[in-house]
Design a protein around this ligand. Structure first.
Ligand code: BG6
Length: 506
C-alpha cells in the first residue's frame, strides 16, 4: 500500500486537457486509451479534467460513453471506469468561429477551479492541420491560456506540406504559443526501441568507438507496412510516402542514429545534436534525385494470403494517381563522422511484412583467414528491431563446431517481448506523460521540422513535375520496386531482408 501523500501521481502536475477533434479517430483509438493507461498506472494527477470539443452536438454523458466504449475496445474490460470518465466534459464547438471560444473559456475556468488544477493547460489538436493556426489564434484572443500554470500545445502531423506551408503554419501558431510551449508529435519518437537507440549507442563501450565511417559500411532503416492506404486515400493522395513517412519518422531515426553524443541528456542538448545531423544531410537536387531516391506505387497482389487491389483502385484515389506509396533513398551525411557512409532508408505500404528495423552493417575485416578464398565472411551486423518485435541482434562469426577451423555466422539476441507495435497507444501514452511533465525531448522542434522539409522539398517537387511512367511498379505483398534493390546494388550492397532478421528466426 502506498502511504498517503507519496503516490507518484501526486508528484505530477495537475492538468486540464482540452482535445480539439474529440469525436475523431485519433482521440478514440489513441488518446482516450492512453490517458486511461496513465490514470491506471497512477501517472496522472487525480486533479485532472479532459474537455472534448468537436463540431457535433453531444451531451457530456454521451461523450463519456464514447470514452468508455473506446477504453473497453482498446484496453479491455476495466473496473474503475466510472470514476475515470467522470473527469470528461464535452462542448460542441465550431473552431472557425473565434467567438465560440469564450464558451470554452468559461468551461475550462470552471473546471480549473472545481478540480483545483492551478491553471495547467494542455491543448491537444487532434484534427486536420488547416485548423491549427485558427485554433491557436482563438485560444490566444479569447484568453484561454492561463496566467497561473503552464500552457502547452500538442499538434499532430502533417506539419505543413512543404517548408513554405510549414513555416506559415508555424508563424501562425507562434503568435499564440512560444516554441517551448509547442509539442509536435512524431509518434516514432515515443516508440520504446527508437528511444533505445541512444541508450544502445551511448551506454555501451563496445559500440560508440566503432560508430563512424572507419568501421561502419552502411546503415539501413526500413519501415515496411502490409496495410494499404485503407480509408485515408483523400489525405494520402496529397501526401505520398515521402511526406507521410520520410520527412518525419525516417529522418528522425536517421538523426538519432547519426547524432554526436549530447553533452547532457536534456531536451536542448539532444535536439541540438539532431539538428546538426539534419544540417549535414547532403542536399539532393537535379539529376541526383533520380540516382538517390526511388519511388514506387503498389499494384494489385497478394497480401498476407489475400488478394488486394492496386493503389489506384483504392477509395478516394485518382485512377491515374502518381502518388508514391513507397520510397527508398540514399542519404549522405557530410560530417567528419559519417563522410562516405550511405544511410539507406526504405518505407512503403503493401509490402511483405509489417516491420521497422535498423541494420548497421560493419565493414569487412581486412583478411578472411577462415574460409576458402572465393568465399567471404558474413559482415557483422547490429540489428535494432523497432517493431513489431522489439530487441537487438548482433550478428557475429564463430567457429563451426567440428574438425576444421571454419567460421559460421552466429547471432546474439535480446528480445523485449512486445505487443504488435502498430502505432501503439504506448507511444502516445509515453508522449502524453512527457508533455505533462514538460519534457519535450521526444517531440520535434521547429528547427528539425524546417530542416527536414528543406531536405525533402526538391525531391517532392521533382516527383510532382515528372511522373513515373512505370507506376504501378511493385506488386502488393512484395518488397517494392526492383530499382530499390539497384540503389544498393550499385554501391555493392543489398538490403538485408527484414524477415530473415526477425528475432524469432535468430
Ligand atoms: C503514420 C502515417 O504517421 O505512421 C501512416 O501517417 C503510417 O501512413 C504510420 O501507417 C505508421 O506507423 P507505425 O507506428 O504503424 O509504424
Amino acid at each position: 500500500m502506498k502511504s498517503e501523500g507519496t503516490t507518484l501521481s501526486e508528484n505530477l502536475p495537475s492538468a486540464l486537457i482540452t482535445i480539439f477533434g474529440a469525436t475523431g479517430d485519433l482521440a478514440n483509438r489513441k488518446l482516450f486509451p492512453s490517458i486511461y493507461h496513465l490514470y491506471k498506472k497512477d501517472r496522472l494527477n487525480r486533479k485532472f479534467a479532459v474537455v472534448g470539443t468537436a463540431r457535433r452536438e453531444l451531451s457530456a454523458e454521451a461523450f463519456q460513453n464514447q470514452v468508455k466504449a473506446s477504453i473497453l475496445e482498446h484496453v479491455g474490460p476495466e473496473e474503475q471506469l466510472d470514476e475515470f470518465i467522470s473527469h470528461f466534459y464535452y462542448l460542441p464547438l465550431d473552431v472557425s468561429n473565434v467567438n465560440e471560444f469564450s464558451k470554452l473559456k468559461t468551461l475550462i475556468d470552471q473546471l480549473d477551479e472545481h478540480y483545483q488544477i492551478g491553471g495547467n493547460r494542455i491543448f491537444y489538436l487532434a484534427m486536420a492541420p488547416q485548423f491549427f493556426g485558427t485554433i491557436g489564434e482563438s485560444i490566444y484572443q479569447q484568453n484561454l491560456k492561463s496566467q497561473t500554470g503552464f500552457n502547452r500545445l500538442i499538434i499532430e502531423k502533417p506539419f505543413g506540406h512543404d517548408f513554405a506551408s510549414a513555416k506559415e503554419l508555424n508563424d501562425h501558431i507562434r503568435q499564440a504559443f512560444d516554441e517551448e510551449e509547442i509539442y509536435r508529435i512524431d509518434h516514432y519518437l515515443g516508440k520504446e526501441m527508437v528511444q533505445n537507440i541512444e541508450v544502445i549507442r551511448f551506454a555501451n563501450a563496445i559500440f560508440e568507438p566503432l560508430w563512424n565511417n572507419r568501421f561502419i559500411s552502411n546503415i539501413q532503416v526500413t519501415s515496411s507496412e502490409t496495410l494499404g492506404v485503407e480509408d485515408r486515400g483523400r489525405y494520402y493522395e496529397g501526401s505520398g510516402a515521402l511526406r507521410d513517412m520520410v520527412q518525419n519518422h525516417m529522418l528522425q531515426m536517421v538523426a538519432l542514429l547519426a547524432m554526436e553524443p549530447p553533452i547532457r541528456l536534456n531536451t536542448n542538448e539532444i535536439r541540438s545534436e539532431k539538428v546538426k545531423v539534419l544540417r549535414a544531410l547532403r542536399p539532393i537536387a537535379g539529376e541526383e534525385i533520380e540516382k538517390s531516391f526511388i519511388r514506387g506505387q503498389y499494384d494489385a497482389g497478394i497480401s498476407k494470403g489475400n488478394p488486394v487491389v492496386a493503389y489506384r483502385e483504392e477509395d478516394h484515389v485518382d485512377p491515374h494517381s502518381h502518388t508514391e506509396t513507397f520510397v527508398a533513398g540514399k542519404l549522405m551525411i557530410d560530417n567528419f563522422r559519417w563522410a562516405g557512409v550511405p544511410f539507406y532508408i526504405r518505407t512503403g505500404k503493401r509490402l511483405t511484412e509489417k516491420s521497422t528495423k535498423i541494420v548497421i552493417q560493419f565493414k569487412d575485416i581486412p583478411m578472411n583467414l577462415y574460409m576458402k578464398t572465393e568465399e567471404t565472411l558474413n559482415p557483422n551486423l547490429l540489428v535494432i528491431h523497432i517493431q513489431p518485435e522489439e530487441g537487438i541482434t548482433l550478428h557475429l562469426n564463430a567457429k563451426k563446431a567440428g574438425q576444421f577451423m571454419d567460421a559460421t555466422p552466429i547471432k546474439l539476441n535480446f528480445s523485449n517481448k512486445s505487443t504488435d507495435g502498430m502505432n501503439t497507444p504506448e507511444a502516445y501514452e509515453k508522449l502524453l506523460f512527457d508533455c505533462l511533465r514538460g519534457d519535450a525531448t521526444n517531440f520535434a522542434h521547429w528547427d528539425e521540422v524546417a530542416l527536414s522539409w528543406t531536405y525533402i522539398d526538391p525531391i517532392a517537387k521533382a516527383w510532382e513535375e515528372t511522373k513515373e511512367p512505370s507506376f504501378p511498379n511493385y506488386k502488393a505483398g512484395s518488397m517494392g520496386p526492383a530499382k530499390a534493390d539497384e540503389l544498393l546494388g550499385k554501391d555493392g550492397f543489398h538490403w538485408w531482408p527484414v524477415t530473415d532478421l526477425d528475432v524469432e528466426n535468430c
